[in-house]
Every structure is written in C-alpha cells, then in structure tokens.
Design a protein around this ligand. Structure first.
Ligand SMILES: C[S@@+](CC[C@H](N)C(=O)[O-])C[C@H]1O[C@@H](n2cnc3c(N)ncnc32)[C@H](O)[C@@H]1O
Length: 266
C-alpha cells in the first residue's frame, strides 16, 4: 500500500457489509467448504442468521476445508443445515440391508454419513443387535446440536410417532419412557466430520448409508462425497443412497439386486 493510503475497512471487502458477511457470500462459502447447494431454504436460514454472519469475514480463496471447524463457521452450519430424519426411514431399504448384514465383509462396521439427529445410526444399531452382530456403528455430521441429540438417543414418542416406520418385528427394541422413545441397542458413536473431508482415522466399513444428504449438495460435491465414501467401503460392502441419488459409472459399484438405492462395491 502506498504510504499515506488508507487501508480498506474490512466491511468494504467483497461479500462483506457493515454487519459482517452478506448471506450470498456465506452461501458461496458454504458451497465451497461443505458442498451445500444454494437453495431458497438455505438463503432464508442465512438471512435469519444475521448475528452469526456478523462474526464472519469473507473467505480467502485458499481457505482450507478445516475452516469449518472454527467456532464461527461451525455455529453457522449448526444454524443452517437441514436435519429431517426418522427411525427406519425407507423401511424396505433398511430391511433389505438387515437381510444382508450377516454376510457383509470385514468386522461389522456400519457408517451413517450425514446422520443428523442419529435415527439412522440407532436403526443400524438395532439391526445389528437383532442379527447378533457386535457391530461398531458410527454417525458423522457437521451439525453439533444434531450430534448431541444423536448421542442422547431419545426421540419424541409423537405426534408424529417416532416408531411409525419401525416394522413390527423391531418394535421390541424400542422402549417408551413417558413422551420419549429409547432404542435398546449398544450406543453408536457420533463425531463431527465433513463428508468432503473424511477423517483419516475413520477406517473402512462393510456398509455405508448416505441417504437424503446428497440432495443438499452441488453436483460436483455429490460426486466427490460418493468417491470418498466408496474409498471407505470394503470390497463387497454396500452403499445405501437416497431415492434420487445415482453414483457415477466410473465408481466401482454395481446395483444390488432386490435392494432399492443400494450399491455393492466390486
Ligand atoms: C436430511 S439429513 C439426513 C439424515 C439421514 N441420513 C436420513 O436419511 O434420515 C441431512 C444431514 O446431512 C448433513 N450434511 C450436509 N452436508 C454435510 C457435509 N458436507 N458433511 C457432513 N454432513 C453434512 C446435515 O447437517 C444433515 O444433518
């Protein structure tokens, strides 16, 4: 800067205002760091998160994905991600997995990728218990309050009834405690992780569920997440996706006969 020239105030930087980061700049940053696709819901949530945006500076072009671990970005993600989920969601896909659980490769390790408040991971824990498998079940997500709720593993009894999609055979694995439902299975483990930047020590799995997550991501991020998850799948392992997700033909996957939205790693 030439001597005597005034340094531009931070609010003059691209994407910033006197009240911090603008919603559109935050939306672009979340696209780059978490793969989130711009949408009216995301924009509305960002517009409602003004105090959180005020704490954020524009994203440097070389910002690492680990920036999402900083308190300000983590708080923004807590506020804007969508957590809708259910026990035994898409029950026919889940029961098709139950049939295949005993023949999965490796020690029984199951991953719920984008686990939200944990219903999917607890569903996996119940399936493994019913199959008599000492499975390690892990749930990962970026949203900290959702992960805390997941670890508590207690769900509203209704309305709507948390058990509404649970097939009758599995109902004995859930206990009603007043207005809460508790799954009766060894507790899954939950940890905060970005699907675009999976932790080195996550390990390999016999089955990975990534359902109703990719629809919130940009096409490039979807492909990258699927590539990363397939790398964490043992040969012969299963990848369960949401109803509108389709893995690219370059991935070493083939559709699993008789199990919708399910792909087996070659
Ligand atoms: C709608 S929930 C899906 C929950 C569950 N898988 C199901 O099918 O019921 C989507 C979850 O994906 C998480 N998510 C979105 N992008 C993510 C990312 N890049 N890394 C980790 N989690 C992410 C969100 O925080 C949210 O909890």
């Amino acid at each position: 800067m030439p001597p005597g020239a005034a340094e531009a105030p931070p609010q003059a930087a691209a994407g910033a205002s006197a009240r911090g980061l603008l919603p559109e700049a935050a939306e672009q940053a979340l696209s780059r760091l978490a793969g989130l696709a711009p949408s009216p819901v995301l924009r509305r949530r960002l517009e409602g998160a003004a105090p959180l945006l005020a704490a954020l500076a524009p994203l440097p072009s070389d910002a690492p994905l680990s920036l999402l671990d900083s308190p300000s970005w983590a708080a923004l993600l807590d506020a804007v991600t969508v957590q809708e989920t259910r026990l035994f969601r898409a029950a026919s896909q889940i029961t098709a997995l139950a049939d295949r659980l005993p023949s999965l490769p490796g020690p029984p390790r199951l991953l719920s990728a984008g686990c939200a408040t944990g219903e999917e991971a607890w569903t996996l824990a119940v399936l493994a218990t019913e199959a008599g498998l000492p499975a390690e079940v892990i749930g990962i997500d970026l949203c900290r309050p959702a992960l805390a709720a997941a670890a508590a593993g207690r769900y509203g009894a209704g309305p709507p009834d948390a058990l509404r999609e649970v097939p009758p055979d599995y109902r004995p694995y859930f206990r009603r405690c007043g207005d809460l439902i508790e799954p009766l299975a060894p507790a899954p483990r939950f940890r905060r992780a970005n699907l675009l930047d999976l932790p080195e020590d996550l390990g390999l799995f016999g089955a990975i569920l990534c359902r109703n997550v990719l629809i919130y991501l940009l096409p490039g991020a979807r492909a990258e997440v699927m590539r990363g998850l397939v790398e964490r799948l043992l040969p012969g392992g299963l990848l369960l996706l949401g109803p509108t997700d389709a893995p690219g033909p370059e991935l070493p996957l083939r559709p699993e006969p008789g199990a919708s939205g399910t792909w087996r790693r070659r």
